[in-house]
Write a protein that binds this ligand. Structure first.
Ligand code: SAH
Length: 250
């Protein structure tokens, strides 16, 4: 009898050790899996509702898989974690927000990320958009102007094991010359105009998505495609509301 008990204790302690070794994110991710699936369905509905703007009824399934996989709650301050899977932008501190999941999905879809692509993101913020991009592209470079946010995002991304994201603190208006040219560029803060350095750092044949307009009103989400001959073609997608692109430029 005592023998059996001993075996049970050993097994139990082994299970306990295994649980301790599991990363917290792996356990938490399952806890939110259903919420995340619901969010995917909500985004699909929003895409259908806005299909006249988007010119399509659904986004690339790979993008929706990434939304279903990336634990958005891991990028949120504890106070907002319970709202992580609502289709809303939420505060992340320093007057900034994590973008609405529908907008993250849409922007990702618009730049058509491919497995080998090198992508530049301006405005790391929480790191969530960078993680979605990293699921679908080869390398993601992301620039954040607020040091505390950038550092925190880097920590979260490292904890989740994203080793194909390189982040730095700086003014993203000027891009990241050292790693240019990029297959695609995602600007996640509103600019009064499309930053010329970013146009230069976009590959011919590349795509850039950027909210353009006044910082106080709604802006237009603009898709810029740089044709193989270097010519620019822009298309307004839909009205959006982003925090402003700050920094030294005018
Ligand atoms: N992509 C983010 C969205 C963050 S909101 C996410 O998924 O959470 C936009 C971010 O852009 C803010 O964190 C803001 O500080 C940053 N930002 C604003 N102007 C910037 C600039 N000139 N260069 C780099 N980042 C900038």
């Amino acid at each position: 009898m005592t023998g059996t008990n001993n075996v049970d204790w050993k097994t139990l302690s082994r299970i306990y050790i295994v649980l301790l070794l599991l990363p917290v994110s792996a356990i938490a991710a399952d806890e939110y899996a259903r919420d995340r699936q619901q969010l995917v369905e909500e985004i699909e509905q929003s895409v259908r509702d806005t299909s006249l703007y988007l010119d399509k009824e659904e986004l690339d399934p790979r993008v929706m898989t990434a939304i279903g996989d990336v634990p958005r709650h891991e990028f949120m301050p504890a106070a907002y974690r319970s709202l992580a899977y609502t289709n809303r932008p939420l505060p992340i501190g320093h007057g900034q927000t994590i973008s609405q999941p529908y907008i993250v999905a849409l922007m990702t879809d618009l730049i058509k990320p491919q497995p080998g692509d090198r992508i530049l993101e301006i405005g790391t913020g929480s790191g969530y958009q960078a993680a979605i991009l990293a699921e679908l592209a080869g390398q993601v470079y992301s620039i954040e102007i607020i040091e505390a946010l950038g550092k925190q995002a880097e920590e979260h991304l490292a904890q989740l094991g994203y080793d194909n994201i390189t982040a730095r603190i700086g003014d993203g208006y000027y891009g990241w010359e050292e790693h240019a040219p990029f297959d695609a560029i995602v600007v996640t803060a509103a600019a009064s105009h499309i930053p010329p350095p970013l146009i230069r750092q976009l590959k011919p044949g590349g795509l850039m998505v950027v909210p353009v307009g006044s910082r106080f009103l709604t802006q237009q989400l603009v898709l810029v495609s740089k044709e193989p001959d270097g010519q620019l073609v822009t298309r307004q997608i839909l009205p959006v509301r982003f925090v402003p692109l700050t920094g030294g430029h005018d």
